[in-house]
Design a protein. Sequence first.
Length: 153
Amino acid sequence: MSVAFRRDGDEEHLEPKFEVPIPPGPNRVTPQGAAQIDERLAHYEALVAAGGEETALTAAKRDLRYWRQRKAGAELMPPADGQAVAFGTRVTFRLGGQVRTIRIVGHDEADVSEGKIAFTAPLPRAMMDAEVGEFADFNGKVDAIEVLEIAPL
């Protein structure tokens, strides 16, 4: 029989198992983000300790490695003063004629559906250090964003 038709087992046909990618740059966190990391770490530690089916256990171990790395590298940021757009602020702004509010948080805390945007995303980066009443360039447009309100989280 040709080597091309030989099958040693099912393992060679499974999807490869990759680590969960760690976002580049610093792992800045708010107090809520630090608590979230602790909760997820405890959750995956409990899953691994409970054991179970091999595929689920392998996935839980992978996620546990991710959250351990995130905990080890977490930088708890001091509270923002709300004078300028910064990490840990809630910003209301006008873009394209629409008023929106976002909260600028760390990678693991980001959730667009809740208005939580990672500090490295293009929108928060465009507004960084702007104060109320100032304009910021965005998406190739000059003065595309008007900062209306800034508050600490």
